[in-house]
Design a protein around this ligand. Sequence first.
Ligand SMILES: Nc1nc2c(ncn2[C@@H]2O[C@H](COP(=O)(O)OP(=O)(O)OP(=O)(O)O)[C@@H](O)[C@H]2O)c(=O)[nH]1
Ligand SMILES: [Mg+2]
Length: 244
Amino acid sequence: MFLFALPDHAKPLVAPVGCPFVMHYCMRRLLNAVNKKIIRSYQSSAMALSRFEYVKQFEHEDKLLSNCWIVVRIDGKGFHRFCNVHKFDKPNDPDALQLMNMAGMTVMQEFNEIAVAFGQSDEYSFVFRRDASIYQRRRDKLVSYVASLFTSAYMFHWDRIFHSRSLVIRYPPSFDARAVLYPTDDNLRDYLSWRQADVHVNNLYNTTFWNLVASVQHQLQQRTDYVPKGNHSVTEDRQCVREK
Ligand SMILES: Nc1nc2c(ncn2[C@@H]2O[C@H](COP(=O)(O)OP(=O)(O)OP(=O)(O)O)[C@@H](O)[C@H]2O)c(=O)[nH]1
Ligand SMILES: [Mg+2]
């Protein structure tokens, strides 16, 4: 390795045009640039040639098959508990769903190769075009970026959505993600139909169930609000409630 240098005292710091030191000054700039290049290439080759270099062989790059639709689906981890802790309305909390949509929109704005996205409950599916070339279709990169952006966007928009309810986030939510390939348009359409059927069945069941729960709770509330006149014992009161 060769490094070139001129002694500092031999070089003027500023070289006015027409000065006899202009040549000297230019030489110094040139040599500094060459030195930097040499040092940089030496450093990178020293790293590359280290005895630890072999561990790179353990890394495996999984590329998503070309000419297939890529669906990246994220799903909230333990959202049953998350929704209970934050007292989301059952079965659907409009604000919580709006927050999911905001996070979904953030992902769509970032990745312009998403053709369509579909969300329900605590999940979101992002459909990347067949010819998407994002991150050279590297599975790990794509899946981890989508999941992390969705999660950070969910946190980012939380205050805007929930500030009217003064709902403070109690612990950090997380989302898993997977990428699935669909080779034909029919397969993709059936995938979307499958998610649609899922939301339909769940909502049919959940809406009915939670409406029943709400109406029974309402009736019980009305009954327990009834306070009989007179000097009754607690047992008698309960009897009154039951008999009413
Ligand atoms: N109250 C309420 N709960 C919701 C809402 N959206 C989703 N959830 C809850 O989120 C859950 C989502 O289902 P899953 O993804 O199967 O369950 P999970 O608890 O997230 O479990 P994993 O995904 O396996 O970690 C539902 O069972 C509901 O309990 C909502 O708008 N309101
Ligand atoms: Mg979930």
